[in-house]
Design a protein around this ligand. Structure first.
Ligand code: KG4
Ligand code: ZN
Length: 380
C-alpha cells in the first residue's frame, strides 16, 4: 500500500450523516457532516426511525460532496471505511449498505470500523494534521458524548496497530445525555450541552449542593442519572425555579427568531444560572476524578500511562478541557483532545481509524453487518 493511501470514510451511527476523504490518517481532504439536529429538535431527542429516514435522504449527496471537496473520484480511493457499530441499528445499516454497494461496484476493499475507535483516532488525526508527533502510548482515553461515557486503556499492537481495554463505562446515562436532559428539564432547548457550557459562566458553581456521585463496584464506572434527578428535585422543591422555566418558555416562544446566547442569558434568572453552573461543576469534577483514578489504576498495575486522550462531543466543553488539563499536568501527564469538528461525530475519524487495517490489508467481508452493541475490547 502506498504511503499516501486514500480512504473514504462513512459514518451514520446516530444523528449525523457524514463522509470524509482522508490520506494515511493524516491529511483531511474533506470532512462533510450533515447534522440532523434541526429535525430531531422538535422531539427533544434523537428518534431512531427519523434518523434512519434522514440518513437515507442524506447519504448519497453527502458522499458525493465529500469526494467533490477532496477533488477526488471513487476510483482513486484505496479503501472504503464504514462505521459498523455501536449505534442505532437502522441508522448504521444505511451507511453500511451504501458503503458495501460502493465497494462492490468499484471493486474497492471494505473496512468496518468501531465508532468508539473512531473517536480515539480523532485524537491521533488531530496531532498529525497539526504536524505534531503521535502522543506517547499507553494512554488513558475518556470518550464522552451524547451516547457514550467510557474510559479505555489504549496501547500499540503489532497485529492490529492498537489495542483497547475498557476500564470503566456509564451504567446509565452518558454525560452528554445528562446535559441534554437537564437542559430540556430547565426549558433550554435541545441539544443543551453547548448552551449549558456557556451559561455556566454566569452562575456560581458552589451555589447548589447536588451530592457526590457514589457507586458500588468498579470505581472507574460512571453514573449520571442521579445527578439529573437531583436537578429535577431542585425544580420540584424550589418554586422560583419552576416559575422561571414557565417564564422562559413563554419568552423564547414569543421571540420570533432562533434564540442567541444573549437571549438565553436574558431569560435565565440567577437561581437557574447557579443551578446550571453547579450541575456542570458536578459533571466535570466526576469525569476528571475518574479519568485520573484510571491513570492511577494503570500505574498501580505496572502499566503507567504516558498520555491522556479526551474525545467525543462533550470534549468540546471548556471547563472539562481546562480542569482535566490542570489536574493531569499535576501528575506530569498531557491531555490530547481533537479540534471541535473532530470531537463530535464525523467520518474523518472513521477513515483515520481504518488506516492501520488498510496498511495491513485487513479487509472486511461483504457479510459485514450492523452491530448496535459492538464492543471495542481487543482479544486477550
Ligand atoms: O459526539 P456527539 O456529536 O454525538 C454523540 O455521539 O452523542 O456528541 C453530542 C453530545 C450532545 O449530548 C451535546 O449536548 C454534547 O455532546 N455537547 C456538549 C458540549 N458540546 C456538545 N456537552 C457539554 N458541553 C459542550 N460544550
Ligand atoms: Zn460518537
Amino acid at each position: 500500500m502506498a504511503g499516501g493511501a486514500t480512504i473514504l470514510g462513512i459514518e451514520t451511527s446516530c444523528d449525523e450523516t457524514a463522509a470524509a476523504v482522508v490520506e494515511a490518517a493524516r491529511t483531511v481532504r474533506s470532512n462533510v457532516v450533515l447534522s440532523q439536529v434541526p429535525v430531531h429538535q422538535i422531539y427533544g431527542g434523537v428518534v431512531p426511525e427519523v434518523a434512519s429516514r434522514e440518513h437515507l435522504r442524506g447519504i448519497v449527496p453527502v458522499v458525493r460532496q465529500a469526494l467533490e471537496q477532496a477533488q477526488a473520484t471513487l476510483e482513486e480511493m484505496d479503501a472504503i471505511a464504514v462505521t459498523q457499530g455501536p449505534g442505532l441499528a437502522g441508522a448504521l445499516l444505511v451507511g453500511l449498505t451504501y458503503a458495501k454497494s460502493l465497494a462492490w461496484a468499484t471493486g474497492k476493499p471494505l473496512v468496518g470500523v468501531n465508532h468508539l475507535e473512531g473517536h480515539l483516532h480523532a485524537v491521533l488525526l488531530e496531532e498529525r494534521r497539526q504536524g505534531r508527533p503521535d502522543p506517547p502510548l499507553p494512554a488513558v482515553a475518556l470518550v464522552v458524548s451524547g451516547g457514550h461515557t467510557q474510559l479505555y486503556a489504549m496501547s500499540r499492537d503489532a497485529e492490529r496497530g492498537y489495542r483497547y481495554r475498557t476500564l470503566g463505562r456509564t451504567r446509565d446515562d452518558a454525560a452528554g445525555e445528562a446535559y441534554d436532559k437537564v437542559a430540556k428539564l430547565l426549558g433550554l432547548g435541545y441539544p443543551g450541552g453547548p448552551l449549558l457550557d456557556k451559561l455556566s459562566d454566569f452562575g456560581d458553581p458552589r451555589a447548589v449542593a447536588l451530592g457526590r456521585i457514589r457507586l458500588k463496584g468498579n470505581a472507574l464506572d460512571f453514573s449520571f442519572s442521579g445527578l439529573k434527578t437531583a436537578v429535577l428535585r431542585q425544580v420540584q422543591t424550589r418554586p422560583e425555579l419552576a416559575a422561571g422555566i414557565a417564564r422562559r418558555q413563554a419568552a423564547i416562544a414569543a421571540l420570533g427568531h432562533k434564540p442567541t446566547l444573549d437571549d438565553w442569558r436574558a431569560v435565565c434568572d440567577q437561581p437557574t444560572l447557579d443551578l446550571i453552573a453547579s450541575f456542570q461543576q458536578a459533571v466535570v469534577t466526576d469525569l476528571v476524578q475518574r479519568t485520573l483514578a484510571a491513570a492511577d489504576a494503570l500505574t498501580g498495575a505496572g502499566e503507567p500511562p504516558a498520555s491522556i486522550f479526551l474525545t467525543g462531543g462533550v470534549a468540546a466543553n471548556r471547563a472539562l478541557r481546562a480542569t482535566l488539563q490542570a489536574a493531569a499536568a499535576r501528575q506530569g501527564l498531557t491531555v490530547h483532545a481533537p479540534a471541535l469538528n473532530l470531537c463530535t461525530d464525523n467520518a474523518a475519524m472513521i477513515a483515520a481509524a481504518a488506516w492501520p487495517q488498510v496498511e495491513r490489508r485487513h479487509w472486511s467481508a461483504f457479510s459485514l453487518t450492523a452491530h448496535p452493541q459492538l464492543p471495542l475490547d481487543s482479544p486477550a
